[in-house]
Design a protein around this ligand. Structure first.
Ligand SMILES: *Cc1c(COP(=O)(O)O)cnc(C)c1O
Length: 527
């Protein structure tokens, strides 16, 4: 029997790349192969047992359905097993490190979940009379207070439902402010080359044209290029800080000064706020608007785990243009201001129905209270420490994109170290899956060739970081030793092998028809 590098027996010979041992029915160990729910269900079954109706539902007249709608029928245990089996095929932050750079996949404390499930929060209806939801409004008011205090900004719009939605909110406020100031002719938004794709997409969605700002050798905004591109046509700049290369924009105050001098607003993409929370107040840096991903910085579940929320803090110049609604504290308690009249007349409208993601507000506020101001500061310190630990250990085998100096909360490598091995960033990421690790973010930011962006987050213990480093160092050794097959065919051990992700994104099969049952899927190209 052969042993793997941590001294335990390996899987049976030939498991990687060879025939290995395959089961007869597609299961693996105790993991079952799982069909679609539509393929599982008999149409004649149901998980509930309702008495027959004693009255004809004939009120519907001609609208009565003439054929069943084809919902799958499963008993309760079948339903439970279906979803639990599917969940076993997914990676989750509760299983292991989830080092997706820029995504901040950190542990979601269970205390937050407990708070969000309190009936007084979980069972609220958004149309309940305000006098009956004073506690919820008070929580929104406290959350707003913490967000304003942590960022040093005078106003916050809580309703945006994600980071990208917050960007939209920020740019709509900026557009409304320019229009109110007779500057509606400004049509351009400047965005650095390393920006997250949502930044230029949001600017384009609002109707602005996007002009790129160059990057310096050391991965920061090129100030000379910014100064050259700022003109009376520029409405705003969108800069991420720390940026998507995991680096702090050292010239950020100068960036703000130049922007304001040109009559434009400074939008900061605050998705990386967990790297500086409690240590830097963006309001002190000249920022006019910044979204905060509660699901990143303040640990609410996201990705497959939950909906996220993207409140936007606003400077005094933009505060009058915040979207409705907002909470005000009055003599008779809290009030949610919904109508665009009086003080709210300049609001550009609403970002969404109702007031935002209440469940995320509760989780984020619970996170803030359980950490306290000192704990939040330590969040930033630990996020940066963990990333620098990975950068230092992995630099022995991989090539850091910006070797000079420390990084912030994520460690960025290029693919220079894979030169001549025949292995690409994609191959390497797929081989990580066989080793039991979710890959890092690949090929982003675009300014770094074959980028591998690793964000460990502050909640990973050193032991897990070491396990991760040892897996990557062993894989890097295999790549350099010419074991190309280990990479090209990976993943060998995942429920699915290498999928055609481009085809899946371009031509997704989003429907299933009952006559598909038992028939192998038609080739995608035929649809
Ligand atoms: C995650 C992220 C966004 C988008 O946030 P969503 O909540 O996913 O919409 C924008 N910019 C950066 C830098 C991000 O990391």
């Amino acid at each position: 029997m052969t042993m793997l590098n941590v001294g335990r027996p390996t899987r049976p010979e030939g498991a990687v790349g060879g025939a290995g041992h395959t089961s007869l029915g597609g299961g693996r160990g105790l993991l079952q192969d799982e069909p679609l729910i539509f393929e599982l269900g008999g149409w004649d079954k149901t998980g509930v047992d309702l008495p027959a109706a004693d009255q004809d539902a004939s009120d519907l007249g001609d609208l009565v359905r003439s054929a069943p709608i084809g919902l799958p029928g499963l008993s309760e245990p079948e339903t439970m097993r279906h979803y639990v089996r599917l969940s076993q095929k997914n990676h989750a932050i509760d299983l292991a490190l989830y080092p997706l750079g820029s995504c901040t996949m950190k542990h979601n404390p269970r205390l937050n979940e407990k708070m969000a499930r309190l009936a007084g929060f979980a069972d609220l209806h958004p149309l309940a009379p305000q006098s009956t939801v004073q506690g919820a409004l008070a929580l929104m008011d406290r959350l707003a207070h913490w967000l304003k205090t942590l960022t040093g900004m005078p106003a916050v719009a809580l309703s945006p439902k994600a980071g990208a939605h917050g960007e939209l909110c920020g740019l709509l406020s900026i557009r409304a402010a320019h229009e109110a100031n007779g500057q509606g002719h400004r049509r351009t938004v400047l965005v650095p080359t390393s920006a997250h794709g949502t930044n230029p997409a949001t600017a384009a969605f609002v109707g602005y044209s996007v002009v790129e700002i160059a990057q310096t050798e050391d991965g920061r905004v090129d100030i000379a290029d910014l100064a050259a591109k700022l003109s009376p046509d520029v409405a705003a700049i969108m800069v991420t800080n720390p940026n998507t290369c995991g680096l702090f924009e050292r010239e950020v105050i100068e960036i703000g000064r130049l922007t304001h001098e040109a009559g434009a607003y400074f939008y900061c993409d605050g998705a990386n706020f967990n790297a500086i929370v409690g240590r830097v107040r963006p309001g002190d840096l000249g920022v006019d608007a910044m979204h905060i991903n509660l699901h990143k910085t303040f640990s609410t579940p996201h990705g497959g785990g939950g909906p996220g929320a993207g409140p936007v803090v606003l400077s005094a110049a933009l505060a009058p243009f915040a979207p409705a609604p907002w909470v005000v504290a009055g003599e008779d308690g809290f009030e949610l201001v919904e109508e665009a009249e009086g003080e709210a007349a300049q609001a550009f409208g609403r970002m969404s129905a109702f007031h935002g993601q209440m469940g995320m507000f509760v989780r984020a506020y619970a996170y803030m209270l359980s950490h306290g101001a000192d704990g939040l500061r330590q969040v930033a310190e630990d996020a940066v420490l963990n990333a620098n630990y990975l950068k230092a250990r992995l630099s022995s085998v991989m090539s850091p994109a910006f070797p000079e100096g420390p990084c912030m909360h994520e460690a960025l490598f290029d693919d220079g170290w894979l030169d001549g091995t025949g292995v690409t960033t994609l191959d390497f990421a797929k081989a990580m899956i066989d080793e039991g690790f979710h890959p890092m973010t690949m090929y982003f930011p675009l300014v770094v060739h074959g980028a591998m962006l690793i964000e460990p987050t502050e909640t990973e213990p050193k032991q897990e970081l070491d396990r991760f480093c040892e897996a990557l160092i062993a894989l890097a050794g295999a790549a350099k030793a010419g074991e190309v097959d280990r990479f090209k065919g990976a993943p060998y051990l995942a429920p699915m092998r290498r999928l055609d992700e481009t085809l899946a994104a371009r031509k997704p099969r989003l429907t299933w028809r009952s006559d598909d049952k038992g028939v192998s899927p038609a080739p995608l190209a035929a649809e």
